[in-house]
Design a protein around this ligand. Structure first.
Ligand code: ATP
Length: 417
């Protein structure tokens, strides 16, 4: 791409919002003053060249990123969190700028050495070209230089632009997936996100040799990649593809294929007023048909939070108990469902279409009697477990339609106290 064309993209407010353009030029000016070559890299360049809106960027410098960070804070404010070991810093932008995201990563160009496949690499400062060569795919290995007269120069030593035009996901060297098999998950994500193809030797390198390294990856790293998949718009395509490649049994022997019948539900946004999370829904749909010990063992392997493990477990338990609940009164449903996470209930609704679950989420869970504990005290009753029983009985009467107004509730209360 000609420099002028790239400049046009960088100055297009439909691709890069103008406040972000200002931020970038402020950073570039400080880098120029320090005589420090400064680049934007990775996903930003890829998406800009694809003509997509870009919002988020990492800055890579040939030099000391922490020094650049300190200069930026001195000049503009905000707060710097340096990481001396990696020569990187996170700049929390001044609040008055009101930018989202409100932090920016400043990174020293680095070289990485893998002492052991699947482990995290050792990092040493290096040139931008070294930095591009440590990356995952050619389309993510381009940089745009930012400071001074260099503004808008594209660095593309690995021919990322050509692959972008042809729609190819290509690793940088044959050992890439062995060094870091999380790249297999990333390849699948980009392939489906952009409707690209895996370049043929890249495709062939997703093979027993690289899959064999997956068991060495930490649960946290694998879960991060799976989370990223579930956050994507077409996650169903990605998770089905990951299954086809045989990734799951390498993660955990009991991890099943994703049930294709559930794949449409991955992209559903609940319309009800319940806290929702695409990733949580993804794991719930994936694991709901397993037995309890399978779920717990996978939750441990993938380093689930206890809340996530509980939500997934709740889905599987509820799904199994549906046949016993079907046809019950609303109060029976309500008291059975009340302690479960609403999103777990919603997911079971999606796969079962049991209307009582929707009634619970939209109506029944909000039904409460008028009478309160204070009213019972005012009647001279001693506070204690009996209070809860009375209130529960009143609530059940409302739920089941046995009382429909305040007077009827009062009458029932007189009968039972
Ligand atoms: P996305 O749109 O998926 O967020 P991104 O390019 O911003 O794309 P990040 O996960 O933020 O993705 O990573 C930033 C950059 O770091 C990538 O563009 C890539 O160059 C590099 N990168 C990320 N993960 C790896 C990896 N496992 N191995 C090598 N390079 C990686």
């Amino acid at each position: 791409m000609q420099k002028d064309d790239l400049l046009r993209l960088l100055r297009d407010p439909n691709l890069l919002p103008s406040e972000k353009q200002t931020l970038l030029s402020n950073i570039a000016a400080q880098a120029a003053a320090l005589d420090m070559p400064c680049y934007i890299v990775g996903g930003f360049v890829r998406d800009l060249l694809l003509g997509k809106l870009v919002n988020d960027f990492d800055i890579v410098v040939e030099g000391d990123a922490i020094k650049l960070g300190k200069t930026l804070v001195k000049k503009f404010g905000g707060k710097l969190t340096p990481h001396d070991k990696f020569h990187t810093a996170i700049w929390r932008l001044p609040e008055t700028w009101n930018l989202i995201p409100d932090t920016l990563d400043l990174i020293t160009a680095r070289k990485e050495t893998y002492l052991m496949p699947g482990a995290l690499p050792t990092v040493t400062p290096a040139t931008i070209e070294d930095d591009l060569r440590r990356r995952d795919f050619t389309i993510n290995s381009m940089a745009i230089r930012m400071e001074g007269d260099h503004f808008g120069e594209l660095l593309d030593p690995l021919n990322g632009q050509a692959d972008l035009e042809e729609g190819l996901i290509r690793i940088l060297h044959p050992r890439s997936f062995i060094e870091d098999p999380t790249r297999i998950f990333r390849a699948i994500r980009y392939e489906a996100r952009y409707s690209f193809n895996l370049e043929s030797s890249t495709f062939n390198l997703i093979n027993p040799e690289s899959l064999d390294i997956i068991p060495r990856l930490s649960g946290e790293r694998i879960r991060h990649e799976l989370d990223l998949i579930f956050e994507e718009g077409n996650s169903s395509q990605m998770i089905l593809r990951a299954g086809e490649f045989g990734l799951f049994k390498m993660i955990h022997p009991s991890l099943p294929l994703f049930n294709a019948d559930y794949s449409d539900f991955l992209d559903v946004d609940p319309t009800l007023d319940i806290p929702t999370s695409r990733t949580e829904m993804g794991y719930m749909l994936w694991l709901m048909d397993l037995m309890e010990d399978g779920i717990m063992s996978i939750a441990e392997r993938l380093d689930f939070t206890s809340d996530l493990a509980y939500s997934v477990w709740a889905v599987s338990q509820l799904k199994k108990s549906l046949p016993f609940l079907t046809g019950s009164k609303p109060s029976v449903w309500t008291f059975a469902l009340e302690k479960l996470p609403p999103l777990s209930i919603y997911v079971v609704y999606l796969v079962s279409r049991e209307n009582a679950l929707l009634d619970f989420l939209s109506i029944w869970r909000h039904v409460k009697p008028h009478t309160t504990g204070n009213d019972l005290k005012a009647r001279g009753l001693e506070p204690g477990p009996r209070f809860g029983e009375i209130l529960t009985q009143l609530r059940a009467a409302w739920l089941d339609g046995d009382v429909t107004n305040k007077q009827q509730e009062e009458d029932l209360l007189n009968q039972i106290t």
